[in-house]
Ligand binder design. Structure first.
Ligand code: FMN
Length: 209
């Protein structure tokens, strides 16, 4: 295998179990400790053998990074997302792939709406905050202000643009680990004051957070 890319290795600080994925598991499969007992091990940014086989992200595609905002029972949440693409112009539609373990997934399934917020080049810290923590464990909006868009989904302080989205459940596709939500943009505010944040930008700077 010639691919050289970053590998995430999470280690349970209670029993030492290793987990190869972008995020730690919900709980340790061996000692059942909570996800927050896992630490991300430093590595040389290259993968081989078992590590590569277990690594499932494809940052070499270098997607742009977004926050996906959702609100359920009046509690706002947001997560970082790279699996986002525009699919049609008329009507304006996007597709986003959301892991079924996330709170965001449950929120969108139930409410059928979300906000899509592009991250700017200087916002790696936000990508890390919203992408490395789950709203199941912490309130991610203790550190950031937000206000509701038309659908009630959060627009996040410090972000120039947003797209307010309504899910088309009939076009949405169930994948094994993710749901590919297809949604229509019903409102948007688009300003571009800085270049977008990419997955590779994030990988280069994530160790600072
Ligand atoms: C750079 C980056 C990109 C990510 N891209 C995705 C993605 O495309 N789809 C996804 O389901 N999770 C993605 N995640 C992981 C979620 O952001 C993460 O699981 C988050 O903790 C879920 O939060 P929630 O449980 O509050 O919804 C990404 C994380 C990071 C840091």
């Amino acid at each position: 295998m010639s691919y050289k890319g970053p590998v995430y290795i999470w280690k349970c600080t209670v029993c030492g179990d290793k987990h190869y994925a972008k995020n730690p598991p919900g709980s340790c499969r061996k000692c059942h400790s909570e996800a927050n007992r896992y630490i991300l091990l430093p590595n040389n940014g290259q993968g081989s053998g078992e590590e590569l086989q277990n690594y499932f992200g494809i940052p070499s595609l270098n997607s742009l990074l977004y926050l996906i905002g959702s609100t359920r029972k009046d509690i706002p949440n947001a997560m970082c997302c790279s699996s986002v693409t525009q699919i049609t112009y008329g009507p304006p539609q996007v597709a986003v792939a959301i892991n079924k373990n996330t709170l965001t997934h449950d929120n969108i399934k139930e409410t059928g709406v979300f906000s899509l917020v592009p991250l700017g080049h200087s916002q790696t810290k936000m990508a890390h905050h919203f992408g490395r923590n789950s709203g199941r464990q912490i309130d991610k909006f203790l550190d950031y202000q937000q206000k509701p868009a038309k659908t009630g989904s959060p627009i996040i302080e410090g972000c120039d643009s947003y797209y307010d989205c309504l899910v088309d459940h009939s076009a949405t596709i169930e994948l094994a680990s993710h749901t590919l939500f297809v949604a229509k943009i019903i409102e948007a505010a688009v300003k571009t004051s800085e270049p977008p944040l990419t997955y590779l930008d994030y990988i280069k700077n994530m160790s600072n957070f």
